[in-house]
Write a protein that binds this ligand. Structure first.
Ligand SMILES: *Cc1c(COP(=O)(O)O)cnc(C)c1O
Length: 413
């Protein structure tokens, strides 16, 4: 096993529970020896992992700093205040709630703060990159609210602004949601604000994916435009798994009460401490450089994939995220993903706008954290295309992947 310095595997676990320790080491080895191209994943720092594995995991802390339902919260209160202050200053927000257990929990709380069951909500349709929380019938959102989906232009793949405006005028939604799991371009928040104002709707930005780019100044911020911004902390932002909500002071109390006690119980103080660490890291010049490199890498990945014959949605990317149709190489997304997994390239399938087959969705957040740059992206894209075409067998492909990642350990010794 090439990785011996497992940040999450302490000696005590190895001694007490070797069976589980072996599993953790195995996963660390998998992450280090294959290529992590899942757009929503990243490698958080050893400092973030340390906070997650701290004694704060033991603490019950329902409520908010200074107003808890449990005793002994005076120290974790300091941790949460620090996380809130760092989030506010990082994103220039008047208010931050850092308790959401996940991105989906943050969206649920945002809806709870602003909507009543049965209200009409406009959001990007799931076939175009909307998240489950944007009206899927399998999710609370589709069950409890009346979602009207907007889409993307069939030709360009860009969000169809004319359709958004028309649907808003027709349906008079209580809220408009902008944000996506697969849209590779910047979202025009000023446009959505204008439409929301015209029809008297709240604007909810679900910035789970780009919020890390926003922190690093590599993507426009929704904070000046949206009434409520929902986000995750574990994607490009490189923190622990979790959610976050940003809003103006006037909605602060409604948002806080929507998180606790309406949709959640006790806050996870170890995760909140880890969020504070990640916000601190994201405020550094090194993170700004990282965020810009993530985008530069994604641009090279998109361009090289296009050169290799894949159809890149919207013709490129503004972000960390690339979606592409491998059909011209002779296979659909699902088959391609299987071949790539066998070769050690780990990525997702996604819906393709206006197509029956599925495409590939990949992102550069994790590989950029490892230190890879444009040269490696071109190599990855060429390898990917070779594997998808069936020209490169999985054994030599795995060799090439091992060679690639060997120089870029996510957790160097
Ligand atoms: C990732 C994501 C979520 C959900 O985050 P979880 O932490 O998986 O619940 C919600 N909305 C969007 C747009 C996302 O990309």
């Amino acid at each position: 096993m090439s990785v011996t310095h497992a940040p999450q595997t302490t000696d005590v676990l190895t001694r007490q529970d070797p069976e589980l320790a072996e599993i953790l080491l195995g996963e660390l080895h998998r992450q280090s020896s294959t290529l992590q191209l899942i757009a929503a994943e990243n490698f958080c720092s050893p400092a973030v992992l340390a906070a997650l594995g701290s004694a704060l995991a033991n603490k019950y802390a329902e409520g908010y700093p200074g107003a808890r339902h449990h005793g002994g919260c005076e120290i974790v209160d300091v941790a949460e205040r620090l996380a809130v202050e760092r989030a506010k200053s990082l994103f220039g927000a008047e208010h931050a709630n850092v308790q959401s257990h996940s991105g989906s929990s943050a969206v649920l709380a945002a809806y709870a703060a602003l909507l009543r069951p049965g209200d009409t909500v406009l959001a990007l349709g799931l076939p175009y990159g909307g998240h489950l929380t944007h009206g899927s019938p399998a999710n609370f959102s589709g069950r409890w609210f009346d979602f009207v989906p907007y889409g993307v232009d069939a030709e360009t793949g860009f969000i169809d602004h004319d359709q958004v405006r028309t649907l808003a005028r027709t349906h008079r939604p209580k809220a408009i949601v902008c944000g996506s799991i697969a849209y590779p371009r910047h979202i025009d928040y000023a446009f959505f604000r204008e439409v929301a104002d015209e029809v008297g709707a709240y604007l909810i930005a679900d910035a789970a994916h780009p919020i890390g780019l926003v922190a690093g100044g590599a993507a426009p911020s929704p904070v000046p435009y949206a009434d409520v911004v929902c986000a995750t902390t574990h994607k490009v932002l490189r923190g622990p798994r979790g959610g976050m909500i940003l809003c103006g002071g006037e909605l602060a109390e409604r948002v806080d009460r929507a998180v606790f006690p309406f949709t959640q119980g006790g806050a996870q103080m170890h995760t909140i401490a880890a969020k504070a660490v990640a916000f601190g890291e994201a405020a550094t010049p090194a993170f700004t450089a990282y965020a810009h490199q993530v985008v530069a890498n994604a641009r090279v990945l998109a361009a090289t994939l296009a050169d290799e014959g894949l159809v890149v949605t919207t013709g490129g990317t503004d972000t960390h995220l690339v979606t592409a149709d491998p059909a011209p190489l002779g296979v659909d997304g699902r088959t391609a993903r299987g071949r790539l997994a066998a070769a050690g390239l780990v990525l997702d399938c996604c819906a393709l706008p206006h197509a029956d087959t599925r495409g590939l969705r990949l992102g550069t957040a994790a590989v950029t954290t490892q230190g890879m740059a444009q040269k490696e992206m071109a190599r990855i894209a060429a390898l990917l295309a070779g594997v998808v075409r069936g020209e490169v067998e999985s054994v030599p492909a795995r060799e090439e992947v091992r060679d690639l990642v060997g120089g870029f350990p996510p957790y160097p010794a």
